[in-house]
Design a protein around this ligand. Sequence first.
Ligand code: HEM
Length: 137
Amino acid sequence: MICLDYSSLQTDLRWWGFDSLTWRPSRFIKPAESDLTLEAGVGMAKEEEFLQPRRGAFVGWSEGARDCPGRKFSQVEFVATIVSLFRDWKVDPVTFEGETIEAARKRVLELIRTDSAMVLLQQMLHPERAPLVWSKR
Ligand code: HEM
């Protein structure tokens, strides 16, 4: 099984710039044409646009002929879910006895760094243990 290193690819300085590890959602927005251009009478004002990352630089939903057909759906669903949750709620790690909330946050961040792994899609781990036989009806 070969898995891409998504984190490295999607924070690669060559495609994402020196601040690739910074939370800056505006990097995905292409600003509207500048006022300067307008003053010079060149071109028309354009709305700001979603900046399509360079091909192959953002592959969370894969890319190419077999990429994810649920991409748009899940992106909209994701935003709706996050907004519904965080509009009225905030979340913190459960603190252990004697632990401060800052220490608990640090502990959880460390776990995210050291205790995460790539698992893509539901699958039988050992299909060879359940061999099937096809026979003509
Ligand atoms: C955050 C949500 C999602 C992510 C990150 C995601 C990601 C992906 C990725 C990476 C693949 C390619 C897998 C591979 O190459 O083996 C894939 C395939 C696929 N996804 Fe999604 N997906 C998401 C949500 C959805 C939703 C909501 C649907 C359906 C409504 C969906 C339907 C599919 C299907 C049918 C394929 C197989 C396409 C093919 O093999 O031609 N996905 N998805």
